[in-house]
Structures are given as structure tokens and as C-alpha cells.
Design a protein around this ligand. Structure first.
Ligand code: SF4
Length: 292
């Protein structure tokens, strides 16, 4: 499917310490340029628009963009959100008018105290209510939990909440450490440090479809390969802050490396590789080529 990811704005109602876009709050593209990009994407057969940010639901242009996208012929929408605005049920009702529409909801902490500490807002109850509203209105969505040192001890508590809400799909995405580079070891665990717990959660919760993103195959182990969401559609288009449209493959190609991988079965196919910063800080010992 032809996809385009638009960062509508980098403004956010949270200020997550680990946010991968926190250095871009003041950047972003003019709305007219975003519309032009969406219009030409649709004209060229584009089918799916992913609207992310920042927090797209606080943008004054949010609904204008959705209406424009539908009128231009975009078939489906995905909104990546912290769900705080979905606390307002009317917002969810209004969004339902744009079906087919799906949501990826950021959910990294299981209580108000941790949410305040790391997302620097009092939005925990809004996010939880937002997810309840999505469930109530039968919206298609998955949660996204960034795996990092601050939430590792609480993964089971997070899952417990998802179960209580009857949420059935979740993604664990390994932290992108670029924006915590000065405190890298405080936020980024070694894979070997977090995987036994992650695997325990996977085994204990077969009723929730959990996918792992940005975990190399060799550290996860082939027996858990089926949990890996290998990569975002590499052909997905992205409007960059510099106003260029680049494929995910190009963007990720500049961010990931394949250390120690030359003879591996998964070298550049099926494995997402490892972020450059990780290798710089923790080295390459954990990555062992899989050779049949
Ligand atoms: S050795 Fe490299 S390509 Fe192979 S699974 Fe590990 S990181 Fe991926």
C-alpha cells in the first residue's frame, strides 16, 4: 500500500524526556506545503495517510487536513497520538466520521507518577480515558510502548492495564537514544538487559498480540522471530522537516548499521539492524550472525 507520513506539527501537550522529536518543537512545515504534498501523493495513487507529530490532535489544522485528504482520494488514515485529546468523547465521535481510520497510541507508563516524571504532564488519566473512548466507539487501534530503562520494571503493570481495557494489540519499540545521548545509559538498556523480561511478558500474554520493533533478530533469537515487526513499510514516504519527501528506507539507512553482520542470513533483509548510537555506546558484542 502506498503510504505517506506527515508530521503535522512538532508541538505537543506532553514534553517526554525521551521523545525522538523533542529537539524539533519549533520546526515543521507550513500547512500549505503539507496540503500540497498530500494532494500530489493522492494524485499519484497514494492510499494511506499517517498523521503524526508532535501531537497532531492539538493542531488547529488537524481536521482541515483530514477533510482535505479524504476529498483528495486518500483511502485510509492512521493517527499517531498520545490520546490525551481523545479523553473528550466528542473528538472520538468526530474522528469516527473518517473511517477507515486507525490509531497508534503512545502508552509508556502505568501510573500518574511515572507519567508526570517522564512525560512531564498530568495527562495519564486523559490517555487512559482516551483509550477507553476508542474501545467504546469500536475504533481500530494499537498501543506503542517505547522500551527504555525507566519503564522496564513496569512492563507487567502496563500490560495489566491493557488487559483491563481489553486492548488486544500492542507494539514494543526499542528506544531511539539520539535525543537522550547525554544520559544514554540512564535511558537505553542493553538488549541483553531487557530481553528476558520482554520474553516473559510475551509468553505470559498470548492473548495480546505484541510486536517488537527495532530489535535485531540475533538478540531476540529465532524462536521469537514471529514477534518481530521487521520494519515499517520501507517504501513509506515521509515529509521531512526540510520539506523533502524521502522513503523510510532512505531515512533508516542513515540511522541504522549492520555491525558484525556480513555473513548473517538476515543481513539487510528481515533484520532492522542497530542504531548507530547504540553501537557507539555499547559496542557490537551482542550481535552474533545467524548462519545456517
Ligand atoms: S547479526 Fe546483524 S543482521 Fe544478523 S540478526 Fe544480528 S544485527 Fe541483524
Amino acid at each position: 500500500m502506498k503510504e505517506l507520513d506527515i508530521k503535522l506539527s512538532y508541538q505537543c501537550n506532553n514534553a517526554c524526556i525521551f521523545c525522538l522529536n523533542k529537539d524539533k518543537r519549533r520546526s515543521g512545515n507550513p500547512f500549505e506545503m503539507i496540503k500540497e504534498t498530500v494532494g500530489s501523493f493522492a494524485k499519484n495513487g497514494g492510499e494511506k495517510l499517517i498523521v503524526s507529530g508532535g501531537e497532531p490532535l492539538i493542531s488547529e489544522h488537524f481536521f482541515e487536513l483530514l477533510i482535505f485528504a479524504k476529498q483528495s482520494g486518500i483511502k485510509s488514515l492512521e493517527i499517531q497520538t498520545n490520546a490525551r485529546m481523545l479523553y473528550y468523547e466528542n473528538m472520538v465521535r468526530k474522528l469516527k466520521e473518517f473511517e477507515p481510520i486507525g490509531f497508534l497510541v503512545s502508552f509508556h507508563f502505568p501510573n500518574d507518577q511515572l507519567y508526570r516524571k517522564y512525560s512531564q504532564s498530568n495527562g495519564f488519566h486523559q490517555t487512559v480515558q482516551g483509550m477507553k473512548n476508542l474501545m467504546k466507539h469500536d475504533c481500530s487501534f494499537s498501543t506503542n510502548t517505547v522500551i527504555m530503562k525507566p519503564n522496564l520494571p513496569y512492563l507487567k503493570d502496563i500490560i495489566k492495564i491493557l488487559k483491563e481495557l481489553k486492548i488486544r494489540r500492542s507494539q514494543y519499540r526499542f528506544i531511539d537514544g539520539k535525543n537522550v545521548i547525554d544520559n544514554y545509559k540512564e535511558f537505553v538498556p542493553r538488549y541483553s538487559e531487557c530481553l528476558s523480561l520482554v520474553k516473559e511478558v510475551l509468553k505470559e500474554n498470548p492473548d495480546i498480540r505484541i510486536s517488537l520493533r527495532e530489535f535485531p533478530v540475533c538478540v531476540v533469537g529465532e524462536e521469537f522471530k514471529n514477534y518481530l515487526a521487521f520494519c515499517i513499510n520501507p517504501g513509506r514516504l515521509n515529509l521531512t522537516t526540510q520539506g523533502m519527501v524521502l522513503t523510510t528506507k532512505k531515512i533508516e539507512g542513515d540511522q541504522f548499521v549492520f555491525p558484525n553482520c556480513e555473513n548473517c542470513l538476515y543481513n539487510r533483509s528481515g533484520c532492522s539492524g542497530v542504531r548507530k548510537e547504540y553501537v557507539d555506546v555499547y559496542g557490537i558484542k551482542e550481535f552474533k550472525p545467524i548462519i545456517k
